[in-house]
Design a protein. Sequence first.
Length: 282
Amino acid sequence: MVTTHGFLALAPQYTTTSELLSTSARRRGMNVEVLPAHGGAGTAVGRRGGHYYGGPAFAAGVVDALEIALLEPSDDWLATLPFAYTRRRIAMATLGEARRLSRQVFVKPPSDKSFPAAVYAGGRFLPTGPELSPDVPVQVSDVVTWAAEFRLYLLDGEVRAGSQYATFARLDAQRLDGHRYENSVLEFADDLLATCGGGLPSAVVVDIGLLTTPEHGATDQWAVVEANMAWFSNCYAADPDRVLDVVLRSAGPRTQMAEQDRRFCKNIEDTHLAGLECRRDQ
């Protein structure tokens, strides 16, 4: 467990993960503040040493006042992985391009939740709305079946915490420690990180799963599901103390952000960072 000073700011919407993380933070001696639902950083404005957990829409209105850097994996990270780690075709496209597809595909926004990530029978079935312009980036991939899915919290290129979260697309949270797939999950993760970990922030969530392809006698194979922001991810059955280590790094003081993480911080312009001391949390 990393000893941390400062405070944890929570978005006003209650979740089981925010409750678990707040309990863990208080055990470390950190203050926990639920931010006001009407927006703004409330009494946290001007306080130093803040960290954040919550959704991106709410974060957009408070992180500048809190001077927090939000680390996010690149939108195209999954699409750039070698086939050996995805086991399916994945491509970045615009929503307008995806609407022209005539085949069944899985479509999701790469990082935000502007529309549901789901299997669509064709492009014409994708959601519509004034906020969904044709230029919105989306991720398009082949439809596959996941026998089991696991969430891994990564810190400095290593698995800090993990949990199974689904079997055959049904919620099924189980601890990774002692799981029958524990060794296989960690071996796949180690190989993935050794090869492609340089394309990720120092604190991030990566979901991996066991692809089942019973046709033609094929065997099940491990593959990457997606990468997510640690500061907006459900911890399921993972150890919240270890999860908090990752969350605090993923959304912490801008003055403590490591130089190599600058390219993963979308909420700060490079000019704004000029002159700031960039170092890794200790």
